[in-house]
Design a protein around this ligand. Structure first.
Ligand code: ADP
Ligand code: G6P
Length: 471
């Protein structure tokens, strides 16, 4: 395979094998924030994306996607179970999200994590040009920077964590904590969503590894590793252009008719994940229906919850509970032809999702913990007419930027109800002023600005001490 000057390494490729409703096999864009952020960025750059295409068969040969070369890494059934579902999504994911579900620790999972990280590092080493730049993404691949540096000391290596990095009290639970920290420190620059995460990391590097660390720099062997906050973003202009298309506006109008022309449409769009606070939100909604503060005829809730990691026990339990809750609320409060909640557990193409954003008077984004939450940013960018209220959890990374949203603590049921009512009842001027400020922020802080700031910091990082010529 030809080598590239820029290599992105992420567990997920931007496309995913899936089965269409008619049973045919198709490649489709993978849902999830990482792909949404990086895909528009790389389009038409001479880059290679190293990743897994879904499934447990041999690595398929994929065509370029929008000019970006795909280098697939295979996961067999055991890797899938122990690396992806196990260490990545049943150990690290819950631990990094405030342990809102109990993280599980199994020695076999750690072995798989090491093995799969080695495979990704080898694939990246194969496709990176001499002296090239490799950008490793997210919690599935925390050992890759260190492994890659051992294979290719000539490379400049960046690492970005899309999810929160937990406080030391939580991270210290990890049986293999020092190896994970050392793995990340193989990078020249480690980027986090928030400054607090960089601070947590620096504290751990000092405490666990005895390194000299500040919130900006960590000395490792003969190198200096830079760390910092780089809040991830979306392609604001592209989202706005899609939302402004006449066929999307038409689709939004038709959706409103199909929903029965209610006064207010509330929308939530999440992966079916226990970090997203779906159960808490539904409970709040149920109480508002029961008290009569919200009436089914006037207000409609649309909950999109695309299934995710659906063989992991905690995800199966969540899906059952959410579907039970939706059924119960519709049974109690719906009328013939007028359900209280429209529940859709399907992936949608971008245009349909944006039409939904356009129809939503209130967008409810209330995760218990979230690295960023791009859905919140997508909603704001899609509101090209300047209307729409965003209800946003204080525990989403996006809350640090979208301060004019109606901010709520999703653990506080009464606060959540009040926040939802405030967003539903807000006057048009208040809504417009808040939306204007948020749109202004996203116009300047888009995915291109994010990449430019990360990549220029990476260019400046990595004292050349420690970097050696290509073998
Ligand atoms: P996470 O990264 O945890 O999945 P984000 O909110 O950051 O959460 O990103 C989710 C991404 O997945 C967004 O870009 C959103 O548009 C996309 N997405 C969510 N649900 C669907 C769906 N049903 N169909 C297609 N894309 C979806
Ligand atoms: C989050 C993670 C990504 C992941 C995505 C979808 O955004 O940070 O790394 O790709 O969720 O999850 P999945 O398990 O389907 O890749």
């Amino acid at each position: 395979m030809r080598q590239s000057p820029l290599v992105v390494v992420a567990n997920r490729l931007p496309i995913d094998d899936s089965v269409a409703p008619d049973g045919a096999f198709e490649w489709r864009r993978s849902p999830g924030g990482l792909v949404s952020a990086l895909h528009p960025l790389l389009r038409h750059t001479p880059a290679t994306w190293v990743g897994w295409a879904g499934g447990t068969g041999p690595a398929p040969e994929l065509p370029d996607v929008d000019g970006v070369r795909m280098r697939t890494v295979a996961l067999n059934a055991e890797d899938f179970r122990d690396h992806y579902e196990g260490f990545a999504n049943a150990t690290l994911w819950p631990l990094y999200h405030d342990a809102v579900e109990q993280p599980e620790y199994h020695r076999r999972w750690w072995e798989a994590y090491q093995r799969v990280n080695q495979r990704f590092a080898e694939a990246a080493a194969e496709v990176a040009e001499p002296g090239g730049l490799v950008w490793v993404q997210d919690y599935h691949l925390q050992l890759v920077p260190g492994l890659l540096r051992a294979l290719r000391p000539d490379l400049r290596i960046g690492f970005f964590l899309h999810v929160p990095f937990p406080p030391p009290e939580l991270f210290m639970q990890l049986p293999r904590r020092s190896e994970l920290l050392r793995g990340m420190l193989g990078a020249d620059l480690i980027g986090f969503q928030r400054a607090q995460a960089a601070h947590n990391f620096a504290q751990l590097a000092a405490k666990v590894l005895g390194l000299s660390a500040t919130d900006r720099r960590i000395g490792v062997d003969d190198r200096v590793v830079r760390i910092g906050a780089f809040p991830v973003a979306i392609d604001t202009a592209e989202m706005a252009a899609l939302a402004a298309r006449p066929e999307v506006a038409d689709r939004a109008r038709r959706l409103r008719q199909d929903l029965g022309q209610p006064e207010k449409v509330i929308l939530s769009v999440d992966r079916m994940d226990y970090t997203k606070g779906i159960e808490q939100r539904l409970k709040a909604y149920r109480e508002l229906l029961a008290s009569g503060d919200v009436k089914v005829r006037d207000t409609v809730l649309v909950q999109v919850a695309v299934p995710s990691r659906d063989r992991v026990g905690q995800y199966q339990i969540l899906r059952d509970r959410v579907e039970h809750q939706v059924g119960r609320i519709n049974g109690e409060f719906g009328r013939v032809g007028e359900p209280a909640i429209h529940y859709l557990s399907q992936p949608f193409d971008r245009a349909e999702l944006v039409a939904l954003y356009r129809v939503a008077d209130v967008m409810a984004v209330t995760p218990l913990r979230d690295g960023m939450n791009l859905v919140a940013k997508e909603y704001v960018a899609a509101r090209v007419d300047g209307t729409g209220a965003l209800l946003l959890s204080e525990f989403a990374g996006a809350a640090a930027e979208l301060e004019q949203a109606y901010l709520v603590n999703p653990h506080d049921l009464d606060g959540l109800k009040q926040g939802l009512l405030a967003a539903l009842r807000a006057g048009p001027e208040d809504v417009a002023a808040r939306m204007r400020a948020m749109r202004e922020h996203l116009a300047h802080n888009d995915i291109h600005a994010w990449a430019a700031s990360y990549l220029s910091a990476l260019e400046e990082s990595g004292s050349l001490v420690g970097r050696r010529p290509a073998p």
